[in-house]
Design a protein around this ligand. Structure first.
Ligand SMILES: *Cc1c(COP(=O)(O)O)cnc(C)c1O
Length: 228
């Protein structure tokens, strides 16, 4: 299958999963994760109508965005962000899905350029595993981080939650917990209604659990080239 067929196939499967869950497929944003692939692939995707792409490393995001020529895209940053890269992330991402600590929120807020009135969309990444070393805030910390962003970072707009399903658990169970965390977040910030969940292997389960933003890589792009 070529890129066009893989994209059409995944979109059909997204629509099927949405209808099975009693949801309107138009309320779901499909982000194509292009990490490790060259900018030409991003351009090919844009030519096929893709509007949202995801990258997980700041340097790759910045380089690709600088090299990209084509219709406007929304660039989603989905990887771990270091505070010392906040300026570049802020400049090159339209949404940051991986907010996991107050210090990063402060850095992203403080990184806006002089006179910049823009507002950056951010999502709180929640760690659904038992391993505190994995990315994301512990579930118990969601409200505190949300309150911090709402009170202290006016140039950030909190949109919702993001998570990766643990490898050793049924994704449906993990995404059900994420839906609870999303509801807790909405008690702090009522319009933060995005749920970023679902990858190549588990997007149907994510849709059933209410995901609004899917991050799908290899099923659309093909296998990722090695990097180093
Ligand atoms: C790479 C990546 C994806 C996409 O993974 P696939 O299995 O290729 O669909 C989604 N989310 C995050 C955070 C990623 O790093």
């Amino acid at each position: 299958m070529d890129l066009r067929s893989r994209l059409a196939d995944i979109d059909a499967r997204i629509s099927d999963a949405a209808r099975s869950a009693g949801r309107d497929p138009a309320t779901i944003t499909r982000i194509v994760v292009t990490k490790f692939h060259p900018v030409e692939l991003v351009q090919d995707l844009a030519a096929l109508g893709v509007t949202d792409v995801g990258e997980n490393r700041q340097q790759e995001l910045s380089a690709k965005r600088a090299d990209y020529a084509g219709p406007a895209l929304r660039w989603h940053f989905i990887g771990q962000a270091q505070t010392n890269k906040a300026k570049a992330v802020r400049r090159d991402a339209d949404a940051v899905h991986s907010l996991d600590r107050a210090r990063l929120a402060d850095a992203l807020h403080g990184a806006r350029a002089e006179g910049d009135e823009s507002v950056l969309d951010v999502l709180i990444q929640v760690n659904l595993t038992d391993d505190p070393g994995r990315g994301g805030v512990q579930p118990a910390g969601v409200e505190e981080l949300a309150e911090h962003v709402a009170a202290s970072c006016p140039s950030l707009r909190l949109r919702g939650v993001m998570a990766v399903a643990p490898l050793d658990e049924d994704p449906a169970a993990a995404f059900a917990r994420l839906a609870d965390h999303a509801a807790r977040l909405r008690r702090v910030v009522p319009d933060a209604d995005w749920i970023s969940a679902g990858m190549t292997g588990d997007f149907a389960e994510a849709i059933a659990a209410g995901a609004t933003h899917l991050r799908i890589g290899s099923a659309i792009t093909g296998p990722r080239p090695l990097h180093g």
